[in-house]
Ligand binder design. Structure first.
Ligand SMILES: [Zn+2]
Length: 120
């Protein structure tokens, strides 16, 4: 069950609550913002579990990377967007590994949250 913050008293309340159980104030729907915050919190958890101490890159927006991969993947543009510059160059030279690399990237991207981070 998701939570959101009451604008009046800043306490965590159920995401579908219309009235804050803590202070009784009316609460607006701010569901999208809270969903993004929850995804970032999940990423923070992954960051703590990161065993190799890779640098954290991001946030990246899933739809941006997807669109870049689909339309400009053969130029490696989505790799440059993710700041994987050497990989981007490799995609540029090989045409996204003859398209195979692009297809794999798109499949991986589909499984990522709307806002994601990379470690390398
Ligand atoms: Zn409140």
């Amino acid at each position: 069950m998701g939570t959101k913050l009451c604008k009046n008293c800043a306490s965590k309340i159920p995401v579908n609550a219309q009235i804050c159980p803590n202070c009784g104030a009316k609460v607006d729907e701010k569901r999208i913002i809270i969903e993004e915050e929850q995804e970032e919190t999940r990423e923070e958890k992954e960051s703590r579990q990161n065993p190799f101490g890779f640098q954290k890159h991001g946030p990246f927006y899933k739809w941006v990377t997807l669109v870049l991969a689909i339309f400009l993947g053969w130029l490696g543009i989505h790799k440059f967007y993710e700041r994987k510059y050497y990989m981007g160059l490799l995609y540029l030279i090989t045409g996204g590994f003859c398209g195979i690399g692009i297809v794999l990237d798109i499949l991986v991207l589909l499984g990522k949250p709307k806002i994601y981070y990379n470690y390398y």
